[in-house]
Design a protein around this ligand. Structure first.
Ligand SMILES: C[S@@+](CC[C@H](N)C(=O)[O-])C[C@H]1O[C@@H](n2cnc3c(N)ncnc32)[C@H](O)[C@@H]1O
Length: 386
C-alpha cells in the first residue's frame, strides 16, 4: 500500500496572477514553498499534508502529489513508464479512477490521447499484478491521476482533490458574470481583508461576500465539499480526515468581527446570493439588500469596501459604465471615508474614471481577461465618528 507519510513533491495549481497569494496560504499551513511558478506553487509534503491542503487552501485549484517523473518522447514511452508505477498499491480494485492531462509537448497531438495511454498503463499494470482491474472513466467521482508532459519530461501525479477546489459546492445559483470562488478569495485576501467590516455593493451572486465571510470566520472551504479524490486511494484513513475536520472546527471564529453587507441593484442577483450564502453556511453573517451601489449602507466602523463592476468586455455598455465608474469614485469620497476601497476590473480605461489615486494595482486574470484589483486609501477626513 502507498505510504501516506512519505514526503514527495507537491504541486498546488492555480490561475495566473494567484501564485503569490497561494504561496502565502501554503506557508501559512506550515509547508515550504520550494518554487513559485506562473500557474501554481511547488512544495514538499506527504499525502496527509495533501489532505490538509485540500481542506484549507482557498486560492488553489488542484493538489498534485508526485509519483514518478520520466523521459517520454512518444505515447509508447509514456505507456511503458506508466506501467512501472506500482498502481496496485495505490488504487483499490473495487474503486474508480479518472485520468487528466496538461501538455506542453510536440510528442503527441492531444491530451485525450495522452490520458488514454496513461489509463492503459495503469490498468495493464494492475491486471498483470492482480488479475483484475478497477473501473475508470471521465467522471470525477473516484481517484484521479494527473499527467503533466513538458517537452520530453512526463510527470505523473495523484490529483488529491479530483474536482478542482474552485468548485466549493455552494454556488448553485450563479448570476451574471460570477467570479470564480478561488479568484474571489484571492481578491478578498489581496484587499487586505481578514476580518471586520466588509461591504460589497454590486455583489452579483455574492461570491466576494461569501468568501470574505468564510475568511473572517476562519472556516476552511474544503468543509463545504463531500468528495475528494484522496478518499478513494488505498490506505485512506477516514479517522485522520475526521481529526483534521475537528481541528478545523476548533479554529472557527463565531463572528466575522464586523458587519458584512452585500447589495445589488438586481433583485434576482440578491435571491441567488442569499441561496448561495445559505449553502455556504454563512447567510446569517451577511446582510443582503437590493439597491443602487450609491445607497449601500456604510457602517461607522471602517473596513473594506470592494466592488466588481461590469467592465465592458463581457457585459455592460461602455457609456453607462463610464458613469458607473465615476460614480464609484464619488461614492468612495462621500460615503466611505476611513475605509480601504477596492475595485476589481478588467478595463483600466474605465478604472481611470474612478478618479482617485490608487494605493495598489494588483494583477489577476478572470478567465482569459487580464484584470486588476485597484485599492484606494479613503482617508477619514471629517467623517463623523471615524
Ligand atoms: C460583474 S457583476 C458582479 C459579479 C460578482 N462579483 C459575482 O461573483 O457574482 C456586476 C453586478 O453589478 C450589478 N450592478 C450594475 N449596476 C449597478 C448599480 N448601479 N448599483 C448596484 N449594482 C449594480 C449587476 O446587477 C451585477 O450583478
Amino acid at each position: 500500500m502507498i505510504d501516506w507519510m512519505k514526503p514527495a513533491t507537491v504541486l498546488v495549481t492555480c490561475p495566473p496572477g494567484i501564485p503569490p497569494h497561494l504561496a502565502r496560504e501554503v506557508e501559512g499551513l506550515g509547508l515550504p514553498v520550494t518554487r513559485q511558478m506562473d500557474l501554481g506553487v511547488s512544495s514538499e509534503g506527504t499525502l496527509t499534508d495533501c489532505m490538509r491542503l485540500c481542506l484549507h487552501v482557498r486560492t488553489g485549484h488542484r493538489v498534485l502529489y508526485e509519483l514518478a517523473q520520466f523521459k517520454a518522447t512518444d505515447g509508447e514511452w509514456l505507456y511503458r513508464n506508466t506501467r512501472k508505477v506500482a498502481w496496485e498499491d495505490i488504487l483499490p480494485l473495487d474503486g474508480y479512477f479518472s485520468v487528466s492531462s496538461s501538455l506542453n509537448t510536440s510528442a503527441v497531438d492531444n491530451s485525450m490521447f495522452a490520458s488514454l495511454k496513461v489509463k492503459d498503463g495503469v490498468v495493464d499494470r494492475i491486471r498483470n499484478e492482480l488479475g483484475s482491474r478497477p473501473d475508470c472513466g471521465k467522471e470525477s467521482k473516484g481517484a484521479a491521476v494527473f499527467l503533466h508532459w513538458e517537452r520530453d519530461r512526463a510527470t505523473l501525479y495523484l490529483d488529491c482533490a479530483g474536482e478542482p477546489l474552485a468548485r466549493r459546492g455552494y454556488r448553485v445559483s450563479p448570476h451574471t458574470a460570477p467570479m470564480q470562488e478561488t479568484l474571489s478569495a484571492a481578491v478578498v485576501m489581496a484587499s487586505g481583508y481578514a476580518s471586520g467590516t466588509f461591504v460589497n455593493p454590486m455583489c452579483g451572486s455574492g461570491t466576494l461576500a461569501i468568501e470574505a465571510a468564510l475568511i473572517a470566520l476562519d472556516r476552511a472551504p474544503g468543509t463545504l465539499r463531500k468528495n475528494f479524490a484522496f478518499q478513494h486511494l488505498k490506505g485512506y484513513d477516514p479517522q485522520v480526515w475526521q481529526e483534521l475536520l475537528e481541528e478545523e472546527t476548533l479554529a472557527h471564529r463565531d463572528h466575522p468581527g464586523g458587519r458584512i453587507i452585500a447589495t445589488d441593484i438586481d433583485p434576482k442577483a440578491i435571491e441567488a446570493a442569499i441561496r448561495n450564502a445559505e449553502l455556504a453556511g454563512v447567510a446569517e453573517f451577511i446582510e443582503f439588500g437590493v439597491c443602487d451601489f450609491r445607497e449601500t449602507e456604510i457602517p461607522e466602523e471602517p473596513g473594506v469596501v470592494l466592488l466588481n463592476p461590469e467592465y465592458g468586455k463581457r457585459l455592460g455598455n461602455l457609456n453607462e459604465l463610464e458613469d458607473i465608474y465615476s460614480g464609484i469614485g464619488d461614492f468612495f469620497k462621500q460615503s466611505c471615508k476611513g475605509y480601504t476601497g477596492g475595485v476589481f476590473t478588467g478595463n483600466l480605461d474605465l478604472a481611470k474614471r474612478v478618479g482617485l489615486r490608487t494605493k495598489k494595482r494588483i494583477p489577476f486574470f478572470n478567465a482569459q481577461i487580464e484584470c486588476r484589483l485597484l485599492t484606494y486609501e479613503l482617508y477619514a477626513g471629517t467623517r463623523k465618528g471615524a
